[in-house]
Each structure stands twice: as C-alpha cells, then as structure tokens.
Design a protein. Sequence first.
Length: 387
Amino acid sequence: MKNSSPNSGFTLVEVMIALLLLSGGFIILLQALNTGNVMNAKAEVLTQQAVLLNNKIQEIRSRRYDESFSGSWSSQLGTDEISDNHIYFPGSNNYVQIPNHSSQAISQNITLASWVKVEAFGNWDGVITKGINNSPYALQLWGNGSIRFTANWGGPTGYSGSGSWNSSGTLGVNSWHHIAVSYDGSNITFFIDGNIDSQVNKPGLVFGNNSESLILGADFPGGNEYFDGNMDEVAIWNEALSATEINALYNFGSELDATENSGDYLSASNLVGYWQMNEGTGTTVTDGSGNNNSGSLIGNISWANSLIAEGSSMALWDDIDDFNGYVISEIPNYTAFGCSVKVDYVEASSGFHTAVTGPTDYKRVMIEINHKTIPALRDTFIVSPGL
C-alpha cells in the first residue's frame, strides 16, 4: 500500500526561489557596503579639498599686501617687475675668466646651471667650461639649440670615461631659458626651464682635474667656440641636484640667495661657484659661494639690464595680488587636485561684489580648489591696505 502522507522535502522550484531570495539579499548587502565605502571615500576627498582650500587661503593671507618694501598699496594687479642685471656676450673673443681653485676639482657628482638668452647658436658654444687646453667638464650649446654636456675632453689627469651628450629638447633664440645638467654617477640628466628634458645612462664617469681657469661664455679646448647672447645666474655644485631642487631653482627666478635659502631650495654647502651677475658695472663678477671664485670680464662684454617678472618665483611674491592668474593643474603630493586664484579690485559701496578696473582700497581674492571627480570648492575674502 502506497504512503499517502505529505512529502516533507522541497521541490526544485522552491529551492530555486530560496536561492534567488538569498542571493538577492546578499547583493543588496554588498551594494549597501559598497555605497558606504563610496560615501566614506567621497567624504575623505571633500575633507582634503577643504583642507587644501584653507591652506591656500592662509598662504595668500601671509603675503605683505601693503607692499611695504616699495610703496603703500600696489597700483596694479599681478606680479611686479624688478630690475635685473646680467652680462651680454657679443660672440667672439668675449668671456669671463675665473682663476683655478681647489673647489673646481669635481670628481663625479656635479650640477651646472645658468639662465641664458641666446641670440645665435653655434656648435660647442661654451656656457661653463673648466679648462683652456683640456676640460674635465663643460656645459655647452649645440647648433640646433640643444644643451650639450662634455666630460674629459683632451685627457685631463685622473679621469674615467669621456664623451659629449646632447639634450633631446632645444631652446629658442631671443628668450630667457633656464638650463641645467647633472651627473649622479650613473645618469646625465638635462633640464630645461625647471623640468627634466632627457637622460643618458652613463655609469662610471669620473671627471679628471687640471690647474687651468674656469671659463664662462667660451669653450677653448674645442676651438674657441663663444657664447652669443645674455647670461645670468650661473652656478656649479659638486653634487647632482634632484629634479625637485632644479625646479625650485628655476621657480626662484633670477635672485637666488644661496645662503638664506639653502635649507629650502639648495644645498649651499655644496656650491662650487655662484655668479649672480648683479654688479651692473666694472670688470669683475663676484662669486657668492664663499669659495672666492670671482672672475674677470675679458673682451667687449657689456653689462645689460632688463625688467623681469617676480612671478617666476612664488617665493618672491610680496603682495596678495601677485596671485592673480595663479593656476596649478596638479597640486604637489595631491595630484587629483588643482588650484586657481583670481584677484580684482572692488568697491565697498557694492558690498565688495562688483569688480572695477581700479585701483581701489579693496582687493577681492577668489580661490578655487578643483578635483577630477567632484565639484570645485571656492572661497572669497577681501583685503585692504595696512599690516
């Protein structure tokens, strides 16, 4: 006789329904957890954005907005221009000669740097050359506008390896550029306007030594190749400066104070020579490194003067309105964030809302911190003359 009692098991359909319900609940749980993670991540980004905005506001507020060094209240917005001396080399038979000094004997790690405004390029044109008959190290310019680094030309004593190497990038004529080359024992690194241009792997170079003069503006060992144009802020270190230090050097513009800013920008203790070229008159360029590597102007070199923007260096900004037009696409160490600042003159009668061509007694500063995935965060504040 068949058992007619009810079946206590589950049908296939019931099992499938149960599994679907369980999986649906699990998916909902995962979505809830994911939503929570997304909200937490977004909150962290928003917090960081607010911190960066506050930091930038405080940085701008810290500037001496009364222009106490040059007047009572700036009459125009934007960075100020300062008068800057430099040397003009008219080409052949003109150079700066610096007597030999023990500090110039650099065995391996090295950085050579200068501001240049070239009128014409020729092959091997010397910017910095150690030596007259042979050259342990030299910074030169090539005919296509590239930077050239030469090591151990002509067989100075005590060297290992020799050759010449060019940057990938090139310079234009009649415009100021900051150029630098470093060697760290493995790589020759070329910099143009504060950024790495290119690298050449060349391990094991050891620079030789000679007792000959250091030359600015000519390369005698290669056949009297002369620099043609303007030169300023020439420096040599017996270390390979980092990319960050080179960028800071470029951004500091044309008025590097090697002693005052050694902790923040450069290792002043490793300076071999630093020729600021601010004399503006006479036949001597003074070395600011402390090594007494001062040099004499030879030939028809002339002093020149031009107005340059202090804005090439935020470190030199002394007024809130110097920040007008400041834009940075990626804030260092916070690559997803950017910043922009606008400054204008406003009238009190409009509640500080209406911009005017000015000048007035009030400046409005508008700061924006943007991000790649969330809306920008903005703030505004008003300043007036006085400390």
